[in-house]
Design a protein around this ligand. Sequence first.
Ligand code: FES
Ligand SMILES: [Fe+2]
Length: 467
Amino acid sequence: MAAIEPLIRGFSSAVSPLTEDLLAADTRDVGAGLRARGNYMPQPKKIPLLRYHSAEYAALEKERLWKKVWQFACREEDIPNVGDRAPYTVGDLSYVIVRTAPREFRAFYNTCLHRGTRLCDGLGSGPSLRCPFHAWEWNLDGTLKNIPSRWDFPKVASADYRLPEVKVGTWGGFIFINPDPGAAPLESHLGVLPEFFKACPAEDRFTAFHIRKRVRANWKVTLEAFLEAYHVVETHSDSLSFTGDASTQYDIWEEGAAHISRLITPLGIPSPHLGDHASVAAAADRAFEVFAMAMPGVPVPRYDSASPLSPRAQVAEWRRQMMGAGLARDFGSWSDAAVLDSVQYFMFPNFCPWYGEGLPLVYQFLPWGNDPNESVMSVRLTAPLPGGGAPRPPSAAIAELDFDEPFSSKPEIGLLALIFDQDMSNLPRIQSGLRGASPAHPATTLGRYQEQRIQHFHEVLEKTLGE
Ligand code: FES
Ligand SMILES: [Fe+2]
């Protein structure tokens, strides 16, 4: 039996505790989900660089991954009314998700059965699915409705020309599909997510902004750039004054078919990299400023040295009050962690829902077209629904950003635009660097603790591809 190597689980300083110590010192009960620790640690293994740019590997992924797994497609609020539809496109595979009844969704291959035209290119609506080429038409349930010049297709039996369907599952307002007719239900893949999100239900949120960014990097390169906080010290060094990057906690849950991981990066404390004498007051002041950016016109508080609350707890208290007033809801019982920290889950292979109000984002990562060197990342902010009987706000329109368009062309997302552009600046550079690597070092070298979620992702990927 292999010896268990000692593992250092993050790095703290005198003023920047590890996440688990912050959670224990929270001014509220953080709840069972945030207290829970993972049950799995992947084996350290180098990842071949070829995996990120080989057309053969991408073809294998298409056949054994994308045609076989549960994957995050869209949100229910993207298609709010019966007859609404949204395309979900993975490389050159494409499906159309349709709301077929108030609480029913179906997904079809996005291909006309006449001569193959793609049926749905963007969000749309209507009582049927109608091909733009010769107007073959299907009912929302996939049954054939009409063929112009029906007399010219004597061999076409309507029963044989239903639109082929793929499996659909929903959780928390998210819609997933699986093209494998033999797949187990979605529920067996969700693992800890339904339990852990109970206190902050994902279905009680709406898409406040939605950006789809095309990236000149393999979809796994793009995904992996968001699975660790190790890069903060260099890539986001201007965030160190208020971000506990190195004290981030990482957890993995392996439960049968469910492959889930999580990171919790605390906000409102200085980075442990800044040393034992870093200013906790400055960390709170910067956190006040950063959170206030999303609320133009709101006066920015300062750390109060006379307060009995810690600087971080002061920011949390202000967040509870501001959110409560803005949304007509009571956040009084919410933990400091739930209103401040970056709590990001990952469900294999393409889905990152964030928990709480620190940074309520949702990421989706997909190959783009047929080139393994390109991908598309979707970023949503899912804001909590307002209370007081207010109607559900409409979902934001999708803003498409092409390869060379920066996030900063969307100034409405504030500081996030700068942070995403910092991440994006690395990605094409990684892709070109790994393609030209020395044969003496044809693989990545991952940090044992901070990059374990990437390691875990590749373990599951290898298993899925049967490697
Ligand atoms: S290809 Fe669709 S109707 Fe002809
Ligand atoms: Fe980043």
